[in-house]
Design a protein around this ligand. Structure first.
Ligand code: ADP
Length: 290
């Protein structure tokens, strides 16, 4: 199983004729609310890839619908606490040309009880996979507890913060990051990736595919991405990582797991939306079986 300490956000999307100017009050033409947050996206991706996933995190009293939606998608939600804070949410303004402006309020995602993440892993067994991203608190407590239980620990370094990655690295077995984050990390640590203290690193390169670095021995393997028509790249990285971890959880070797994750990420960019449209395993397999 996969144990994911991650954010749960309400994405509130407002369509406007233009982005608001300072001091301007502007009526939106439409509004819709969707499930988002890197953590929630990743949990949905793991479930769609066919692995059991337990989401660990927190929502506010207003977040019941998000827990319900995750449960509908097959995510284990027993370890999502309800705390006395507003749920994490993003106010997303989109103008007529598709340009956006986003206000993110982490809310309950930063009110996770660190000791609770350890308790949440009580039923985890050696060989399971633990993952977290940088949208919650309690990352170190969670990764430490996961290490003691013999889980494979994965850290997705997004949204990027050099302090957060530096703190997580000694507690991480597998680091997943995109090209921008990889460049920021090398700069921030003043060391090339293969010299970092983590066993495996996967750098995603968008349409360029990805690169897998095994630091012991310094082997680097490049993987080309499938070619697809790009509609919306939102959620590609979360889909890739969720599928990668599900594949590893199902016993695939890294190279094979990367192959599946790349297909899922590529199919995801042909779709508009985030958590709600992450492809199912059979869709991924059928799409690329042609
Ligand atoms: P992020 O969304 O975190 O910035 P990337 O853009 O690197 O991450 O995308 C993650 C993965 O999704 C890539 O490694 C690739 O497998 C797949 N992917 C993303 N964009 C494309 C694309 N245009 N064509 C094919 N695959 C893509």
């Amino acid at each position: 199983a996969v144990w994911n300490l991650g954010s749960v956000n309400a994405d509130r999307v407002y369509r406007l004729p233009h982005l608001p100017e300072p001091g301007e009050t502007l009526a939106a033409q439409s509004h819709r609310t969707g499930l988002g947050g890197k953590g929630a996206n990743m949990s949905v991706a793991v479930a769609r890839a066919g692995s059991r996933v337990h989401h660990i995190g927190a929502v506010g009293p207003d977040g019941g619908w998000m827990r319900d939606r995750l449960a509908d998608y097959g995510v284990g939600v027993d370890r999502i606490a309800t705390v006395d804070e507003v749920s994490g949410h993003a106010i997303i303004a989109v103008d007529a040309r598709g340009e956006n402006q986003i206000i993110l309020y982490p809310g309950a995602n930063l009110a996770i009880e660190p000791a609770g993440t350890e308790i949440a892993l009580a039923d985890a067994t050696a060989g399971d996979i633990a993952v977290c991203q940088n949208e919650t608190n309690a990352q170190a407590a969670f990764l430490e507890a996961a290490g003691l239980r013999g889980l494979l620990r994965c850290y997705a370094a997004a949204p990027f913060s050099v302090d957060a990655v530096a703190a997580a690295l000694p507690l991480t077995d597998l680091l997943v990051l995109n090209a921008v984050e990889a460049a920021q990390l090398e700069l921030g640590m003043d060391r090339p990736l293969p010299e970092l203290d983590v066993a495996d690193i996967v750098v995603t390169l968008g349409a360029g595919g990805c690169r897998w670095i095994r630091t012991a021995g310094g082997t680097v393997r490049e993987f080309a991405a499938p070619r697809v028509e790009v509609v919306d790249t939102t959620g590609a990285g979360d889909t890739f990582t969720g599928y990668l971890l599900a594949a590893l959880d199902q016993g695939m070797e890294m190279a094979q797991a990367i192959g599946l994750a790349q297909k899922a990420g590529a199919l995801m960019v042909t779709r508009l939306g985030t958590a709600d449209v992450i492809p199912e395993r059979v869709e991924v397999e059928n799409y690329f079986a042609r």
